[in-house]
Design a protein around this ligand. Sequence first.
Ligand code: K1U
Ligand code: ZN
Length: 169
Amino acid sequence: MAVREILTVPHPVLKQVSTPVDGVTDELRALMDDMLETMYAAPGIGLAAVQIGVPQRVIVMDLAREGEPPAPQFFVNPEILWSSEELIACEEGCLSIPEIYDEVERPAKVRIRYLNRDGETIEEECDELYAVCIQHEMDHLEGIVFIDHLSRLKRDRAVSKVKKLVRAA
Ligand code: K1U
Ligand code: ZN
């Protein structure tokens, strides 16, 4: 397992639409293990493969709270089957947009289908932080980052701040 570099905005790879994966192989599991280690090291609660420069439709997540045992989740070729009309506004962050946080409104509940780490098809309904995080990560698969949901002014300011931060690092 290895901690990989996380790309930051405005890296052009973050704008790519990720391609579907052709089944869950040992090679893909090794990628997902690297993603999980990278996410834990950051630290974060989710990560899409494109954020480490691999534009494939793969996501890892761990929503365990402090003091709870780790609860890693793996999503391969995830799809949203249904979204609620009810919305939820949540403050979001992104490992590709360090130190920027802002509120985004999204459907409060979604029903999703994906392959897990064992290649099994799973269908489930997500709400609360799970719904917010999976939609945020699935946006990454379409080349969308959370600041794309904000005004142009906020988006431009955020990118400038991240560029400065990365230059200073
Ligand atoms: O970059 C990412 O996609 C991961 C992102 C996920 C996310 C966070 C909040 C709302 C929606 C999606 C993060 O993990 S940002 C860091 C973060 O939220 C966090 C970091 C340490 C402890 C707890 C949370
Ligand atoms: Zn993100």
